[in-house]
Design a protein around this ligand. Structure first.
Ligand SMILES: NC(=O)C[C@H](N)C(=O)O
Length: 371
């Protein structure tokens, strides 16, 4: 009997020790991956930083040359570079991807949007910051603007100089983005882009310069506000529907429809439309000339595509302005949709989401005027 009690006791103790060890391992593991905040201040908001790569996490061999590789610095190191931000919020980080944003893919968009929605559904999470390469930052931000189901602040941020460059802009931009996400008045403004002390709507912002730190601009609407000394001031609000007011639910979506962009130019080759159709495209955005105008033989091919049920959206290759219905181009005759003032890359994002629901061009046109 005594032997039995001793062995039972021994068994219990070893199970408890094993459990303690495995708990510690999970905690250590999470800390290593960067998804646990070290200390919490109950008076501060809880902000989760989701990292995807980009120049903000880029590392090069020299601080003064242009060469570097995107997405090398892990999220914990990015956060360690801005210790001051711990006074603004309790921070935790997660690595979603580690790519230059030229490699951004639909699969990462879906993973990111689903994770943002999961986190925002948690009561203890007050806001999200997403670190991202600048090349496709505005497309990702607009995808989230249409698919995030929360009014909590979601702020996308990048940098133009790598983390190892002289006068790197990443730490300051990240600090500013955390300040925006930690500010109550940032809620219900749609997804935001914080760069170079300015705050833009995901819908309006676009990268305008290949190397300047002031690359993000909003040519049609200006910035929504500014962030300076960790404080936010607002000038405008976005009036287009976003986040909780969109009809797009990606929770069960595993792939997005193939939508491609054609760039318009003088003497354009109309067979490009056929190339896309035989490659299996489900929708086409044309970055047309001027007010989204099309080369005549391209217009003929576009008519053929729309009559086969492939929606074609007319956007513009110009950097600003709207594409208007029934201008020089006869949308009624061609069966085309206009992008309004969405640039071609964002028109593509909206068309991908629209095609999850319909290929009816009247309904799609309505979406382009609402979002
Ligand atoms: N500044 C940058 O982040 C550019 C980089 N190619 C990226 O988009 O990841």
């Amino acid at each position: 009997m005594r032997v039995f009690v001793y062995s039972l006791l021994l068994c219990c103790i070893s199970t408890a020790v094993l459990q303690l060890c495995s708990l510690e391992t999970v905690a250590q593991h999470k800390r290593k991956k960067g998804n646990i905040a070290q200390t919490r201040d109950n008076n501060l908001p809880n902000i989760v930083v989701l990292a995807t790569g980009g120049t903000i996490a880029g590392a090069g061999t020299s601080s003064v040359s242009a060469g570097y590789t995107s997405g090398k610095v892990p999220v914990n190191q990015l956060l360690n570079a801005v210790p001051e931000a711990k006074k603004l919020a309790n921070l935790s980080g997660e690595q979603i991807a580690s790519v230059g944003s030229q490699a951004m893919a639909d699969s990462i968009w879906l993973k990111l949007a689903k994770r943002v929605n999961q986190l925002c559904a948690r009561e203890e999470v007050d806001g999200i910051v997403i670190t991202h390469g600048t090349d496709t930052e505005s497309e990702t931000a607009y995808f989230l603007q249409l698919t995030v189901k929360s009014i909590k602040p979601v702020v996308v941020v990048g940098a133009m100089r790598s983390a190892t460059a002289i006068s790197a802009d990443g730490p300051k931009n990240l600090y500013d983005a955390i300040a925006v996400a930690a500010t109550r008045s940032s809620a219900n403004r749609g997804v935001l882009i914080a760069m170079n002390e300015q705050i833009f709507s995901a819908r309006e912002a676009t990268k305008t310069n290949t190397t300047s730190t002031a690359t993000f601009q909003s040519p049609n609407a200006g910035p929504l506000g500014v962030v300076y000394d960790g404080k936010v001031s607002w000038y405008h609000s976005i009036l287009r529907k976003h986040t909780i007011d969109t009809e797009f639910d990606i929770s069960q979506v595993t792939a997005l429809p193939k939508v491609d962009i054609l760039y318009g130019y003088a003497n354009m080759d109309a067979s490009l439309v056929d190339c896309l159709l035989s490659a299996g495209t489900k929708g086409i955005v044309i970055a047309g000339v001027g007010n989204g105008n099309l080369y005549p033989t391209v217009a003929v091919k576009v008519r053929e595509a729309t009559s086969k049920g492939i929606p074609v959206v007319r956007a513009s290759r110009t950097a600003s302005g709207r594409v208007t219905l029934q201008g020089e181009t006869d949308d009624r005759q061609l069966g085309t949709v206009v992008s309004d003032d969405l640039d071609p890359s964002k028109a593509r994002v909206l068309l991908q989401l629209a095609l999850l629901k319909t290929n009816n061009t009247a309904i799609i046109q309505d979406m382009f005027f609402r979002y």
